[in-house]
Design a binder for this molecule. Structure first.
Ligand SMILES: [Zn+2]
Length: 242
């Protein structure tokens, strides 16, 4: 009953803002707008500046890796197909997820050839030493490229990143792990081409070290500048082969 007789609360009168105060608010808002416009202009200007500074040296994120099938075909390096026999230890025939990176390794066995390393992976199929290891590609001492696993299948090379990366093992003459010039040139070519083929940005090229902390590829873990140069060389290759 009491509810019925209760009066609705009066609506509050809208408070009128005095004209002088309104002017102040309008002034503050326009100052704010000017400041924001200036900030936006500064940010755009800075980006433009950065772009002009880096002109001539393509940055990893600015390279267009999408090329036509014709360009892809023209740019393809010579690859010797020597696929491993399907087996649980080195070619499990698991489908990869979308590829979002390329992982560079060194074989860690100075003077060994690409085919010898391929044959080592093949030998794991017996399961005798219960080792799980492989790589999609191996670049040899003469620059030759051997493919062991199709790019649509997982290789056992890069720990947590096996499912979404392509692995490249690289041969080296000495135990310091530095790649010879001919091997290096071939690796740049293969990696650059794979960036185009798989639409992976050169900025997504990593070392085994970046995945697991393993000192692989040794020389390029110990020489950060050489690793940066390699990525820059791949970026340059992609920019030159569009
Ligand atoms: Zn490795």
């Amino acid at each position: 009953m009491a509810q019925k007789t209760q009066k609705r609360p009066k609506r509050r009168k809208k408070r009128k803002i005095p004209a002088a105060r309104r002017k102040q608010i309008a002034l503050a808002l326009s100052i704010l707008a000017i400041l924001m416009a200036a900030a936006i202009a500064a940010i755009i200007g800075r980006d433009r500046g950065a772009a002009s500074v880096s002109r001539g040296i393509p940055q990893p994120d600015t390279v267009n890796v999408k090329v036509s099938d014709q360009v892809l075909e023209e740019n393809q390096p010579e690859i010797e197909l020597a696929l491993l026999t399907p087996n649980p230890y080195s070619r499990p025939q698991l489908a990869t997820d979308e590829i979002t990176g390329i992982v560079i390794h060194y074989v860690g066995n100075p003077g060994s050839s690409a085919m010898a390393n391929r044959d080592y992976f093949e030998g794991l199929k017996s399961g005798a030493n219960e080792t799980y290891a492989s790589s999609h590609f191996i670049v040899g001492l003469e620059g030759e490229i051997v493919q062991c696993i199709p790019t649509a299948e997982v290789a056992y090379a890069s720990n947590d990143r096996n499912h979404d990366t392509i692995a490249i093992e690289v041969c080296h003459p000495d135990k310091d792990g530095k790649f010879s010039d001919v091997t290096y040139a071939s690796l740049v070519h293969l990696t650059g081409w794979l960036c185009e083929y798989l639409e992976v940005q050169p900025s997504e090229i990593i070392r085994h070290y970046d995945v697991s902390g393993k000192k692989c590829p040794k020389y390029y873990v110990e020489h950060e500048d050489a690793w940066e140069t390699f990525k820059q060389d791949v970026t340059g290759w992609v920019a030159d082969h569009q």
